[in-house]
Design a protein around this ligand. Structure first.
Ligand SMILES: [Zn+2]
Length: 498
């Protein structure tokens, strides 16, 4: 018998086919012919691989495998067989979802994880692999050795903060502006590649494990208007639930590694890696939730709080050394979520080509930097930008900007040509909204009113920032506050996934 979760999963898989076709079209339009060729090559080798199943794509098969590993691990840890049997896992290209568990009326549950989250986790893991590569290299080269000593002297076991920040900002700038998930490549040794892939697998296991844990632990909300038979995502502002889900996910991630290890040494190494991977996964979710959304329906607590919970499960000595390891990744995470005038926007020119690479043309990479820089300007700058570009025929551009800055975002949207109902919906803090969706509505109106490229994209971005700034709740800082805990954002009641 098919459960409601099975049915929803089948629908999402069908959407995925269409979304992949759309992604290829976008990439062709962006001139990323190398990347399209790479996708074609990937799908050819996928069809020849032993895991190939007609109608399935590699990420679907991978997520099924991760789901099975977790099911076995959670059964070992004493989870109810009935709960484990009724949970399904699926991936989506939809950027309006980060990771969530949706409970259904028939008792089944569906874990949905966006591809973008996997991409973000893998950026963190590639960064860790880069650091590991450089450390092993340092023992053979004097210059690298001195650099390592300098970093260690600063108490920073990992250096390359700027590289990690750039990897993350490249990713989020794409998701905000284009709703596509794009990554830079990191130059790794073959050993580093294997290390990064293994960490990525573990990080993904933690992300899926957290959502599965909500189902296994029986966390669900009351019925909602989201869709008949479906309830709100189980992630909530309830700290205790989140903490319990994190704890079970962490234990299951480590348990699954334990099952696959063949020696005590291997077990020790795998446990160490599973810990780092879980911490990277938390940071990836933190970045996605802080940058993709204007307001979020479903949310996880800030990474600093979750990191504290997770570290509590380690021995005191291990806690201290892990905290030290986290210093640079935490700083880069903070820098990646900064969209204020103090941010350091993505800059391809500033990156060391010996460390990162991209199949995209240079002009494209520089344009991503310009776009990131534009979104990090001040409110005054964005108003002045739209006023400066307004002509006698498009005076409404500047008028809307002034309305937004005066604290009337819905009127600003109306002035820019967005219909009344949509304008109000976009400004409703109780609805989940991604920055891209907001920007898309503005782009459409501007386009209908005769604004064309090359101005359409920057104008819509400036306008989107003016609205987002006025309708989004204050961002909780990643760093700990004076009371030792970051301030929590207020929960969004009656919110629904976007
Ligand atoms: Zn949760």
């Amino acid at each position: 018998m098919k459960t409601l979760a099975d049915r929803k999963r089948a629908l999402l898989q069908a959407d995925r086919e269409a979304a992949l076709a759309e992604k290829r079209r976008q990439l062709r339009e962006l001139g990323a012919h190398d990347l399209v060729r790479q996708l074609d090559d990937d799908s050819t080798s996928w069809r020849q691989s032993p895991w190939y199943k007609p109608g399935a794509d590699p990420s679907g098969v991978f997520v099924d495998m991760v789901g099975e590993e977790l099911r076995a691990a959670m059964a070992d840890l004493g989870a109810s067989a009935a709960r484990l049997d009724s949970v399904r896992v699926v991936t989506t290209l939809d950027q309006a979802v980060s990771a969530q568990m949706t409970p259904f009326d028939d008792g089944s549950g569906l874990v949905i994880v966006a591809d973008g989250i996997f991409g973000m986790c893998s950026s963190y893991c590639q960064y860790l692999a880069l650091c590991a590569d450089k450390r092993s290299h340092a023992t053979s080269r004097p210059t690298a050795f001195w650099r390592l000593l300098r970093d260690l002297g600063k108490g920073e076991v990992f250096g390359y903060e700027d590289v990690l920040t750039a990897l993350l900002r490249y990713h989020t700038a794409h998701q905000r502006a284009l709703a596509v998930s794009m990554q830079l490549g990191v130059r790794l040794s073959p050993e580093g590649e294997r290390y990064a892939a293994q960490l990525g697998h573990l990080a993904y296991r933690f992300v899926v494990g957290h959502e599965m844990a909500h189902h296994v632990l029986g966390h669900s909300h009351g019925p909602s208007a989201f869709a008949p038979g479906e309830h709100l995502p189980a992630c909530s502002a309830d700290d205790r639930r989140e903490r319990d889900a994190d704890r079970l996910a962490f234990q299951a991630t480590r348990r699954a590694s334990d099952r696959q290890s063949h020696s005590r040494w291997e077990t020790m190494v795998m446990l160490e890696r599973a810990t780092m991977a879980a911490l990277m996964a938390m940071m990836a979710l933190h970045v996605a939730e802080r940058t993709l959304f204007v307001h979020r329906g479903c949310t996880h607590p800030p990474a600093a709080v979750r990191t504290g919970w997770l570290l509590e499960q380690l021995k005191p000595g291990k806690q201290r050394s892990t905290r030290r390891l986290l210093r640079v990744p935490m700083k880069a995470t903070e820098a990646a979520t900064d969209l204020s005038e103090h941010a350091r926007p993505f800059s391809w020119q500033a990156l060391d080509p010996d460390l990162v690479f991209s199949p995209m043309p240079r002009s494209y990479l520089e344009a991503v930097g310009d776009l990131d820089a534009l979104q990090c300007e001040t409110e005054d700058f964005h108003v002045a930008w739209l006023e400066r570009h307004a002509t006698a025929d498009t005076a409404w551009l500047g008028e809307g900007a002034r309305l937004a800055a005066a604290g009337e975002p819905a009127s600003a949207l109306r002035r820019w040509g967005v219909d009344e109902e949509t304008s109000h919906a976009l400004c409703n803090p109780q609805r989940a909204l991604t920055f891209f969706t907001l920007k898309e509505h503005i782009t459409r109106s501007f386009n209908e009113r005769g604004i064309a490229e090359p101005w359409l994209a920057p104008h819509a971005l400036a306008a989107g920032m003016l609205i987002a700034r006025r309708v989004q709740p204050r961002r909780a800082p990643l760093a700990q506050g004076p009371d030792g805990r970051p301030a929590q954002e207020p929960p969004a009641p009656n919110s629904s996934p976007g």
